[in-house]
Design a protein. Structure first.
Lengths: 496, 479
């Protein structure tokens, strides 16, 4: 077994036992990148390898000196390219920020650096996190390691494919309407969107502020808990970050789940879902018997309105959040402007891609005087109803389980010209963002040789028990360790 | 202005708060730094940065709201006001739209102890300031200085209750006084820490519908506000008299030319697409917290002015002048602690002390002359050590050097000469040197003695005790 194939936890354990060095792990990952990155294209920026290896050596020195290091110290990782890294390009996969190097680190960047993890590069994404296939990256598209003709999902497609292709031990993505969970589902990895407010958004370049949340993409549930342990916690620089006592999520793993009650909302299993996906999820849920977990059908009637509600709230906020890219202070500025208005128009016209422009227009319209009440205000009211749907179910159930995505990974180019079909990729994930509740996707099987994700949704700040359940389910499912098996620069094979 | 028309004015005032740091970041709230040196990712609106609300700004805004008799909202929130301009780095201003911090206040305009008008305050809300554009005409370029971005502001909006340009000026003067008293702002119009836009319309006297209004911006002093409004009154009156209609528009006051110039018509008005700021939680204020702020409010100028007339027997005129500045009123009361004679203190304060301050262009807190100095000076007068004339010199010297009046007297040997042995030779000299005046006096013109006293005073550089000199002269001339 190659080192890069290990989970972050396995690698960290070997490191702490001095069976390997961080240098070994980092070199292994860099070798893997050199072999498969040409095919996958999950990175936008790969840091200078000499500098990366220097960081690894630093951790090795600490270990050699007998210093105590944190659980994931020395482990190579990647960040989605919308998280600020001081002096390292942070582009949001957009031409408008192509040359942009932030003067400061995001909260999560700081936390991961403090924990001694090794930043290897910045992952590809849909431009400004708008999209479900990473085809909206203004640089290039990323391939799904399970079938390179297919998309990895999005918008954190780079982050998910890098983990699935063993190019990195773990990564961070951001999730506004499913942008961590949907690519995790399509790439067969674990992806968590924590409760809104659990992780500071400071330094995360905003798409839709009231929905955005950062989350880990990992090879298994344990790694997810370990990464969450590093990045969760209050940050006074983000006023929406919730002050609460820090938990140790890894401690939940392995605890008994007997007696948990799970609700399966029927609205998530009826319309729009591909039959093989539904079947794989239902088969996985059959294991709940074995775990002593009770499963019942429930109803969440307002699910129907989630998609329009989401596209009003998210685009409205985005239209304002993205207004700052005007060519004045930083980023791309169109050459040859005649006057100020012309400068704004040309810069934004040339700097943004079509999907970003579409959403800015939608959001601007929704907030315009005369339309605000009918669109934005109404969407806020629907949002409250959706939140109530969750509260109601959580009165009687510990967790909610749904499919993560209605389909497996789709073929590149198939949906890019039809925004509405593309938007439907998120129908099962957006509700958790609207309600602010935590949700995780774990691989639960294959359909047509492609991974299927199962989504577990919990009460606010109940990530611990969600992970506890997912860990137990992961053990009985036996999907863990199933790899896409991309050979080095070779022909891809279907593992099904 | 003919009585045919009535003037209707409403004011929108922006006031910078005297906080230590900016409203949403920890950059110091300072004026006059080198361009773009007092900034951070948050006030520069860099991608990924987030605002954190400064509680000190809330406290000052609440103080202003309470001093303006407003009702504080128990629930209010921030909103984004979206528009593109190079001095606005996020392309939106964090402000408050439909749920301002405070509403429904009022201010009583008082002049010489009489209520001129009750001016309603419609709302008071918090917001962040924008940067500044600097234009270089030689280079045909514009530069942006972001230092002012994120300076905390309150916007105070009056109802259209003001009825003349003079009332508008009076309102601003009173507002400034209150904000200085409460320590909310330094209200320096020339530095932009107090800025005022006005809405003005005319209507037929007796009508209760509002005429078409014009907004005037860029009035950079209280005088400019009055002048700009006066100009606009006559311009609109002329239009209306000629049977025309006033066009709704936004104008800029041009101080040099003394006219208003159209900026944009109302139809071109922005749609700011306000919506709730998702990066900041709403503000929920409980009565206890508001009560705490209220209890810390100082006595306000109107109340203090009234108390000064009651407690110290000052005239409304005196009380108004002394309470026009909190520092001056504090100085007055501190002086009384050492020298409890309000009338005397008031006379000297209004006459000589204010005169000196005006000629130096300073405020009482900007000089080293203290209440202890002041009371010391008045005591020297009482004991006869100083004549009124000398006291003025000593006051000036003490003002300039910061020395105690007693010290000045000693150093300069300025004490009043009440020693007969010292005065007699001078008196003899004066009598010898002015035979005409002496013969006038002897001839029955008793007024001639004043001339002779003046001569003695001159020769003693004003130090001779005038009563004593008069007595001695009479004795010499008659004896
Ligand atoms: Zn700042």
């Amino acid at each position: 077994m190659e080192l890069f194939e290990m989970t972050a936890y396995e690698a960290a354990t070997a490191l702490q036992k001095k069976e390997v060095t961080s240098l070994d792990l980092t070199e292994s990952v860099l070798k893997r990148i050199s072999e498969v990155e040409d095919i996958i294209k999950g990175f936008i920026t790969i840091l200078d390898s000499e500098k990366v290896l220097q960081e690894a050596k630093k951790i090795d020195r600490l270990l050699a000196e007998g210093k105590e290091i944190s659980p994931l110290a020395g482990i190579p990782m990647a960040l989605k390219d919308n998280m600020c890294t001081q002096g390292v390009p942070t582009t949001c996969a957009s031409q408008i920020l192509k040359e942009y190097r932030p003067p400061y680190d995001a909260h999560v960047t700081e936390k991961l650096k403090e924990a001694g993890t090794i930043l290897v590069g910045k992952a590809n994404m849909d431009e400004f996190a708008m999209g479900s296939s990473t085809e909206n990256s203004s640089f290039y598209h990323t391939c799904n390691p399970w079938d390179t003709s297919r998309v990895p999902g999005g918008s954190s497609g780079g982050s998910a494919s890098l983990v699935a292709a063993d190019e990195i031990f773990f990564s961070l993505g951001s999730d506004t309407g499913g942008s961590v969970r949907q690519p995790a589902s399509l790439c067969g990895v674990v992806g968590l969107k924590p409760t809104y407010g659990l992780i500071s958004r400071y330094g995360l370049i905003a798409f839709a502020s009231s929905l955005d949340q950062i989350g880990p993409l990992t090879k298994d549930v344990r790694d997810c808990a370990l990464v969450l342990d590093i990045i969760a916690g209050n940050d006074p620089r983000d006023s929406t970050s919730v002050p609460r006592e820090k938990e140790k999520y890894a401690d939940y793993l392995g605890r008994e789940v007997r007696g948990f009650k799970i609700g399966l909302p029927r609205e998530y299993f009826e319309e729009g879902i591909e039959e093989p996906v539904r079947k794989v999820v239902m088969e996985a849920m059959a294991y709940c018997d074995q775990l002593g977990v009770e499963v019942e059908e429930v109803s969440m009637p307002n699910t129907l309105y989630a998609l329009p509600c989401y596209y009003l709230v998210a685009t409205a906020e985005a239209s304002s959040n993205l207004a700052r890219y005007d060519g004045i202070q930083y980023g791309f500025r169109a050459p040859e402007e005649d006057n100020l208005i012309d400068l704004y128009r040309k810069t934004r016209n040339q700097g943004f891609g079509p999907e970003v422009k579409r959403r800015i227009m939608l959001g601007t319209y929704a907030l315009s005087s005369g339309y605000y009440d009918a669109y934005y205000l109404k969407a806020l009211k629907v949002r409250t109803l959706i939140r109530r749907d969750f509260e109601k179910v959580f009165q009687n159930y510990d967790l909610i389980v749904t499919p993560t995505s209605p389909t497996t990974a789709f073929v590149r180019g198939e949906r890019i010209d039809n925004p509405l079909t593309m938007y439907l990729s998120d129908i099962f994930t957006i509700t958790a963002n609207l309600a602010g509740v935590p949700a995780i996707s774990i691989p639960c099987g294959l359909a047509g040789g492609l991974p299927v994700g199962l989504q577990v949704i919990g009460r606010p700040f109940d990530e611990g028990r969600m992970l506890q359940f997912c860990y137990a389910l992961e053990n009985v499912l036996g999907f863990k360790g199933l790899k896409p098996g991309i050979p080095a620069k070779g022909v891809l094979r279907d593992v099904s | 202005m003919s009585p045919e028309y009535e003037v209707v004015i409403g004011l929108e005032t922006h006031v910078e708060l005297l906080t230590e740091s900016k409203i949403f970041c920890s950059c110091p709230n300072r004026f006059g730094e080198a361009p773009n040196t007092n900034v951070c990712p948050v006030c520069l609106g860099l991608p990924g940065s987030l605002p954190v609300f400064n509680k000190n700004a809330l406290e000052l805004a609440l103080r202003a709201a309470l001093a303006l008799n407003c009702t504080i909202s128990s629930y209010s929130k921030f909103d984004r006001k979206n528009y593109f301009y190079p001095d606005l780095p996020k392309a939106y201003q964090i402000s408050q739209y439909d749920m301002p911090l405070a509403r429904d206040g009022y201010l009583d305009l008082v002049k010489n102890g009489c209520l001129v008008r009750k001016v309603r305050i419609e709302r008071l809300h918090l917001e962040e300031d924008a940067g500044k554009l600097l234009h270089s005409y030689e280079e045909a370029r514009s530069y942006v200085d972001y230092n002012r971005c994120g300076v905390p502001l309150v916007e105070i909006v009056t109802a259209p209750d003001l009825r003349s340009p003079e009332e508008a000026r009076l309102f601003l003067e009173l507002l400034k006084k209150i904000l200085l008293y409460t320590g909310v702002s330094d209200c320096k119009m020339e530095e932009g820490s107090l800025r005022c836009d006005a809405n003005i319309s005319l209507r037929l006297a007796g009508s209760d519908t509002l005429g078409r209004k014009v907004e005037i911006k860029n009035m950079n002093s209280f005088k400019a506000v009055q002048r700009g409004l006066e100009y606009e009154v006559s311009r609109q009156e002329e239009i209306l008299r000629a049977g025309g209609q006033v066009v709704m528009e936004t104008t800029r006051w041009n101080e040099e030319r003394g006219i208003t110039i159209e900026m944009r018509g109302k139809e071109e008005e922005h749609d700011y697409r306000y919506f709730p700021e998702p990066d900041l939680p709403p503000m929920v204020l409980n009565g206890e917290f508001i009560g705490e702020i209220r209890s810390k409010l100082p006595e306000l100028p109107v109340q203090r002015c009234f108390r000064f007339t009651e407690e110290y027997g000052l005239t409304p005129y005196q009380a108004e002048i002394i309470t026009s500045s909190k520092n001056l009123a504090d100085f007055f009361e501190e002086t009384l602690e050492h020298y409890p004679q309000p009338q005397k203190v008031s006379n000297w304060l209004i006459g000589d002390v204010l005169g000196l301050l005006n000629s130096m262009g300073k405020e009482i807190n900007q000089v080293t002359f203290t209440p202890l100095h002041f009371s010391g000076l008045l005591k020297l007068l009482d004991t006869g050590t100083l004549s009124g004339r000398l006291a003025k010199d000593v006051l000036e010297e003490s003002f300039l050097t910061g020395k105690h009046p007693e010290e000045v007297v000693q150093e300069k040997g300025l004490a009043q000469i009440s020693d007969e042995q010292k005065l007699l030779p001078v008196i003899d000299d004066v009598i010898k040197g002015n035979p005409n005046a002496v013969s006038d006096y002897s001839g029955g013109n008793k007024k001639a003695i004043a001339f002779l006293v003046g001569q003695v005073m001159q020769r003693t550089r004003g130090q001779a005790n005038p009563q004593l000199v008069t007595g001695l002269l009479k004795k010499q001339l008659e004896g």
